[in-house]
Every structure is written in structure tokens, then in C-alpha cells.
Design a protein around this ligand. Structure first.
Ligand code: ZN
Ligand code: ZN
Ligand code: FE
Length: 768
């Protein structure tokens, strides 16, 4: 609490949080001027330090306004007021930064171009007319250009662009919107665009934006250097252009995100709620998953078989200029500029080498990207925005832990990796790193750890990792040679939700996930635990299914379809479903034998694999082109059916819980017959919908069985919680039992949130 005695006339205020690089000093300067207070302000490693002198009641008012009127991107975490030894001068001054102390200041994220800058950029009389690198203290690049803190121009990739006189004047004028805006630049002194062929040769012409606009309109693939990395762009309305991009990128079915010119164009193609619109237009400008309207003018193959499309608005001045150019398409596919499973390219030469075989042209600039950050992905579910991928705009804003946790490094999971560094109760979750399968991703991972630890000036003294013996991320944690905590995958999923919502447990955790190591010979992934920060007790799970061929079954959902079918056929003989008829007879026979004999066929309680099985039996996905495809398609099918079906027909299948080895299990054996019968007599859509409702009912029944007194609250986690029908159904059913339910919001429910959970548990355990 801030208490200021009325006798004091001079105070010191230490402000911590995101207060550097967000226009905080000019804000304080203007406030002090306006209130006729004397003193000073300086950035330091801790945040900012303010000295203020004046009439006592005015000083009080100043502190109040400091809290309430801070700039939009600033986040005040703590504000400590102490009596000052000496009285400051009459006027207020801004002092140079000091970096003598250990940096504790937070790093601001990259922020989309603001309205004021856009207005200037589109004003022919402005000196930055059509300048694609316009920015101010309220907007522009931050995390992606910062080398170290304190955050000053010299410690960013703007250091190589000395400011011209006009820019310098703005930069030093406390009343200017660009006062101490570190990336401040103009056409005379700042970065510039260039237009190249795939060999890197600069092409003639003096308007790269117009050239790019025309190339895109002509169906070409253009690599565009953005804020946190390269995008590959094509006209989103051209079937041929999209096909060309897919073929060259070897990206067969995976959904592609689309950048629309403006909100009106978004509304033309998608359903947008007021909350979704608010997120699309927020300073973070993430990709938002929106329900599509009729295919309309967009290319057919953007998100095949899915009801949702990843949508974003232009977030850099360059994007804005490009999409508002008269010759440009009004919607562009903007997919990460990378090869499959490799991280997004950031460097011009690297991009030319790696993307030279994909892009017809390169729209480059000469401002270096020091840290790669992918676009963030948000979906609104159960009335709240929920991050599915945490990147640009959100990383590296820390989560403030409400319950203490020792400083620790957590290495994260193998897919959708991100890592976590906890420093003084602040959990820094890295930007999305990706799949730890390619050497490039591993390099990105180790570089990012080094960069974030350097910027935060932390020395890693303890670590946490997954229990899985083969995770490459865990190898990194082992190599640190510090005390290491191995955390069970689904315990970490649960703990991530607990950390975000300030829970210590015990709490019931329902984790519906792809797969995780459980410590025995089975693959975990449809779990009900009782958890706290120390331990977990497994209370129940989805009944085991065969996983014929192990990892191969993940890529070939038809194998799971056969496994679910076989499980059902043990009870009631069924004819082989027609959906599996396209699979060669010999392969079916071999896999049937594998299942029967348990050869190369572990057992799994995975919910993701159950979705695969359902997708196969419904005949919508026998082979998966990308992770999560089958589950997303089952959801899309159910979403379609929900609108077309009477509410009374949507009831779930009967739920059966069985007890085995002291554990309650949700029986999946009767599913195959029910799904196939609905498919035959009604539609696969109805079957998909009733399957969702069955799963929701089954989890609710399981919770009542393990905790009939309704003693515990519930946390929901795991990759399947990205499914809107499932998450919303679970929340409403479990809340109806009288429980408090939490799920991830700022932290992804998928493996992108694992690192936070690992840190939350590992940082709580005493070191061995
Ligand atoms: Zn701005
Ligand atoms: Zn300039
Ligand atoms: Fe997981």
C-alpha cells in the first residue's frame, strides 16, 4: 500500500513493470509539468525512478494519476513511495538511464501501428507520408529489436541508424509523441524497403510496395520481411496462388492465416463478435480464429474441412500500405516464412537461401530482427479470449505469480515448445518456439534461452523438465548441471492453469490431451487427477485404446479408427465400417493382428487419439497432414450439425464408467457401434456432435464419481481444450455441479503452456 504522510514534500517513487519503451517517461514528464511539480525521472535496471517535489496534496494527486493515467501499453506492477532525503529543483527533468544495477525491468512486446501514426502516414503533407517504418512511443517494434536492457536505442537494432535532425528534435522533446521512442525514424534517416528476385538481385523500380502489390495481384508468391520474421504471402482469393504456395512449401492441408485489409473486409467473409473485433484491433493484433461465412470469394483451400479461419489485420505500417495499395488484393494469405518444421526466417540472407525456392519475389528491409516472434493465435471460447499460440504482442510479458516460486528454468515440451524463466516471482514464458524436431528449431531454442537470460540477467540455478526420457528439450535442462525436477506431463498441464489463476490446490484436473509420458508402459492423455503443487494422484482416465504402430498411428488416424472399432467388436460383432474400406485389405489385416497380439501396440488413454479414431470412423480423416487435423475436423463437423439439428437430437451417447486397477475409466468400447449407426441413419455430423456431448457428460459423471461431495474445484487443460464445443460444454456442465472451473486464458491449453506448469511445480519443490 502506498501511504504518503501529508507532511512530506519530496518523495522517491520506484515504479516496476513494463515502464520502459512505452512512453512512460514523457507521460510522467508531462504530468509533472502540468501539475507544476519539480523533480526528475530516470530509467534504471529496475524500471523507472522518480523524484518529485511539491505541495503535499499535489504530490498525492500525482501518485494517483501516475497509476490511473499511465500510457496504454505500460503495466505498473509495483509502485513504491519513500520519503526523499533532499528536495528537488523547481523544474522537472529527465535524467539519462543508469544500467549499474542488475536489470529487473521488463521487456515490452511488439505493438501494432497506432492510429496517430497511421493518420500521419496517410497524410501527403506529413514528412513520413507512406513511410513504412513510422512508429512512436505508443507503437512499433520492441522485443524483436532489443538486444539488452535498459531499453535504449543503442541496445536495439536501430543503433545503426543515426537520427536526422528532425527526428532527433522529436526524440528529445518531452512534449512530442516520439519523445524517447527508441525506434523513431523517417525516410531521411531510417530503414528502407527494397524489392528483389529470389536470388537476392535488387530489381529496378522505385516503389517496392507497389511492385509487391502488383506481384501479389498477379498470383505470385512474395516473401515479406515483417516484425518478428518473414511471411510468405499470396492472394487469398486465388485458388492457383494458394495451390502454388502449398505445393512449394510442401504444406498440404495445414490451415493458412489470412490478413484482411480492414474490419469491413473481415466481416464480409467471417462472423465476428464484438469481443473478437476488439481483439483483432487490440495493440497486440493477434490472429483470431473466426467462424467462416460461406466460402464466397476466398480460395477454397485455406482451411480445408474446418469451420474456422485464422484472421488478422495489418499490424505494421508496411502491411497497412501494402493492403491499402490500389493494386493489391484485399486479403492475403500470410503464412510463416519457413520450411516445414523449421523456425520462421528473420535474416535477409537466411530468407533468400531458405525461401528462394518458394517465393517469386522478396520484399526486404534493412532493420534487423534480433528476436524471432511468430504471430500469436487467439480463439474466443466460453466468453473469453484464449491464447492458442503465444508470440508477437504477448511475449515476453511475464505472468506475475500470486504464490511464490523459486527462480527456475523450465524446458517445456517437445511439440509447440516454449520455455519459461522465473525471476523474482515473475514467470517469463518465451515466445512460441515450435517443434523440437529440426536442428534449426533447437538452435532457435538455445538462442532464445540465451537471449532471454541475458536480457533478464538471470543465472539459471534450478531447472524443471518433462519426465519423458527422450524429449530434446529435457536434454537441454539436463546439460545445465543444476538441480533438476522431472514433472509429469499432465501434472504440468494442470499446474499451468493453476499458476495462471493463482491456485495452489488441491484441485481436480481434467487434462484432455494428445500424449504424455506417464511413467508406465502406456501413453497418457485423457486424465483426471487430484493435484497440488507437490504431487498428483491419478483418479481416472479414458479407457485404454490400442495405439497400433505407436507414432505411426498419430499420422494415420485410420489405425485408431480400427482400434476403436475392434474394442467395440469385442462386445458386439460389427461389420467393418465403410469409412475404412479405402484402406488396403492387407494393411487392415496386419494392423488387426497387431492390435490382437499387442505387437508394437502400446495402450493409450489419449483423448487426441480418441478424436482421431472418431474422425476415421466418420470417414473424414484417415491420414493426417498436420497435428490436430482429425480433432479439428470432427469439431467442424459437429459445429455444422449443431446449427442444423434440433436440440433434442443432440443428446450424448450413454456414459459408462468402469473400475479397473483402482481407477475409474470412461468406457469407449460402445462408441464405435453408436457412431456408425448414427452415421448410417442420420449423418456423420450428428455422430460427431453426439460424441462431443458424450465426452462432456462422461467427464462430468467421472468428476461426480470421484468427488460426490463437490469438494474440489476443477482445472481444465490439454490440447483438446482448444476445441470450442468441448471446452464450453465442460465448463457449463461442471459449473452446474457447483464447482469453480478454470482453464487457460493467457497461457495456451496445449503444450505451449507446459513450461509454466513445470516451473510452478519445480520452483515450489525444495531442491534435493
Ligand atoms: Zn504510433
Ligand atoms: Zn529522421
Ligand atoms: Fe500435452
Amino acid at each position: 500500500m502506498v501511504t504518503v504522510s501529508t507532511r512530506r514534500t519530496s518523495v522517491r517513487i520506484a515504479v516496476q513493470g513494463i515502464v520502459q519503451g512505452v512512453g512512460f517517461r514523457p507521460f510522467v514528464y508531462r504530468l509533472a509539468q502540468q501539475m507544476e511539480l519539480g523533480g526528475s525521472i530516470a530509467n534504471n535496471g529496475e524500471g523507472v525512478r522518480i523524484h518529485i517535489t511539491g505541495a503535499p496534496e499535489r504530490v498525492d494527486r500525482f501518485i494517483e494519476r501516475l497509476r490511473n493515467e499511465a500510457p496504454p501499453i505500460a503495466r505498473i506492477v509495483s509502485l513504491d513511495v519513500t520519503e526523499a532525503m533532499h528536495v528537488e529543483k523547481e523544474h522537472f527533468v529527465i535524467l539519462p538511464s543508469s544500467s549499474s544495477t542488475r536489470p529487473k525491468a521488463q521487456i515490452p512486446p511488439d505493438i501494432s501501428v497506432c492510429g496517430d501514426c497511421l493518420q500521419e502516414m496517410m497524410d501527403p503533407a506529413d514528412r513520413r507520408y507512406h513511410y513504412p517504418f513510422i512508429n512512436c512511443t505508443n507503437c512499433g517494434p520492441r522485443f524483436s529489436i532489443i538486444r539488452s536492457i535498459p531499453y535504449d536505442r543503442d541496445s536495439t537494432s536501430m543503433a545503426v541508424f543515426p537520427m536526422c535532425e528532425a527526428c532527433s528534435r522529436e526524440y528529445h522533446d518531452p512534449l512530442n509523441r516520439r519523445f524517447h521512442a527508441q525506434p523513431n525514424a523517417c525516410p531521411a534517416c531510417g530503414p528502407s524497403l527494397s524489392w528483389h528476385d529470389p536470388t537476392g538481385l535488387p530489381l529496378p523500380g522505385n516503389d517496392p510496395v507497389a511492385q509487391a502489390a502488383r506481384a501479389l495481384a498477379a498470383g505470385r508468391v512474395v516473401a515479406i520481411k515483417g516484425l518478428g520474421g518473414f511471411h510468405l504471402a499470396v492472394d487469398a482469393c486465388s485458388d492457383q496462388a494458394v495451390a502454388r504456395l502449398r505445393q512449394r512449401k510442401h504444406r498440404k492441408g495445414k490451415p493458412l492465416a489470412v490478413m484482411f485489409r480492414d474490419m469491413a473486409t473481415v466481416r464480409l467473409h467471417c462472423q465476428v463478435s464484438p469481443l473478437e473485433e476488439q481483439i483483432l484491433c487490440s495493440p497486440e493484433h493477434p490472429i483470431v480464429l473466426l467462424e467462416r461465412k460461406d466460402p464466397g470469394l476466398l480460395a477454397a483451400d485455406l482451411a480445408d474441412g474446418l469451420a474456422v479461419l485464422g484472421v488478422m489485420l495489418p499490424y505494421t505500417p508496411l502491411h497497412y500500405l501494402l493492403l491499402h495499395h490500389g493494386d493489391a488484393p484485399t486479403a492475403l494469405v500470410m503464412t510463416s516464412g519457413n520450411l516445414s518444421n523449421e523456425p520462421i526466417c528473420t535474416d535477409n540472407d537466411e530468407a533468400l537461401t531458405r525461401l528462394g525456392g518458394i517465393a517469386d519475389y522478396f520484399l526486404l528491409h534493412n532493420r534487423d530482427i534480433l528476436t524471432r516472434v511468430d504471430d500469436s493465435l487467439v480463439r474466443v471460447m466460453a466468453g473469453k479470449p484464449r491464447l492458442l499460440r503465444r508470440g508477437r504482442g504477448y511475449a515476453p510479458v511475464p505472468l506475475l505469480l500470486q504464490h511464490p516460486c523459486a527462480d527456475i528454468f523450465a524446458s517445456g515440451a517437445e511439440m509447440k515448445n516454449s520455455f519459461c524463466l522465473v525471476r523474482s516471482g515473475e514467470a517469463y514464458i518465451s515466445q512460441h518456439i515450435g517443434e523440437m524436431t529440426s536442428p534449426q528449431c533447437l538452435d532457435f531454442y538455445t538462442e532464445s534461452i540465451a537471449h532471454l537470460s541475458r536480457v533478464l540477467a538471470t543465472k539459471i540455478t534450478a531447472a524443471a523438465c518433462d519426465m519423458h526420457p527422450d524429449y530434446l528439450a529435457s536434454r537441454h535442462a539436463e546439460d545445465l548441471h543444476v538441480p533438476l525436477h522431472r514433472i509429469q506431463h499432465h501434472h504440468a498441464h494442470a499446474a499451468a492453469v493453476m499458476a495462471e489463476h493463482g491456485l495452489e490446490g488441491p484441485v481436480l484436473a481434467v487434462i484432455l490431451d494428445g500424449s504424455g509420458y506417464g511413467g508406465d508402459h502406456t501413453v497418457f492423455g485423457g486424465e483426471c487427477y487430484l493435484v497440488d503443487r507437490r504431487t498428483y494422484t491419478r483418479l481416472g482416465h479414458l479407457r485404454h485404446l490400442s495405439l497400433p504402430g505407436g507414432d505411426q498411428a498419430v499420422r494415420e488416424p485410420w489405425r485408431m479408427g480400427l482400434a476403436l472399432f475392434q474394442a467395440g467388436a469385442e462386445e458386439t460383432p460389427l461389420p467393418l465400417p465403410s469409412s475404412l474400406e479405402s484402406i488396403a485389405q492387407e494393411r487392415l489385416t496386419v494392423v488387426r493382428q497387431m492390435i490382437a497380439a499387442g505387437v508394437n501396440t502400446p495402450l493409450t488413454s489419449s483423448c487426441g487419439r480418441l478424436f482421431d479414431a472418431v474422425a476415421a470412423l466418420l470417414g473424414i480423416c484417415l491420414y493426417a497432414d498436420y497435428e490436430g487435423q482429425a480433432a479439428m475436423q470432427v469439431e467442424a463437423l459437429a459445429t455444422g450439425a449443431r446449427c442444423a439439428t434440433l436440440a433434442t437430437e443432440q443428446t450424448g451417447y450413454p456414459v459408462r464408467l468402469v473400475q479397473e486397477n483402482d481407477l475409474l475409466q470412461i468406457d469407449t468400447a460402445p462408441l464405435a457401434a453408436l457412431l456408425l449407426s448414427d452415421t448410417r441413419h442420420h449423418s456423420p455430423g450428428l455422430a460427431a456432435l453426439r460424441f462431443h456431448n458424450w465426452l462432456i457428460d462422461a467427464v462430468a459423471a467421472l468428476l461426480l464419481e470421484v468427488d460426490p461431495e463437490v469438494h474440489y474445484g476443477v482445472v481444465l487443460g490439454g490440447g483438446c481444450m482448444q476445441n470450442r464445443i468441448l471446452l464450453e460444454g465442460l465448463i457449463s456442465q461442471i459449473e452446474a455441479q457447483g464447482r469453480i472451473v478454470h482453464a487457460g486464458e493467457m497461457i495456451p491449453a496445449n503444450d505451449g503452456g507446459i513450461a509454466l506448469g513445470q516451473a510452478y511445480i519445480g520452483g515450489y519443490r525444495p531442491c534435493a
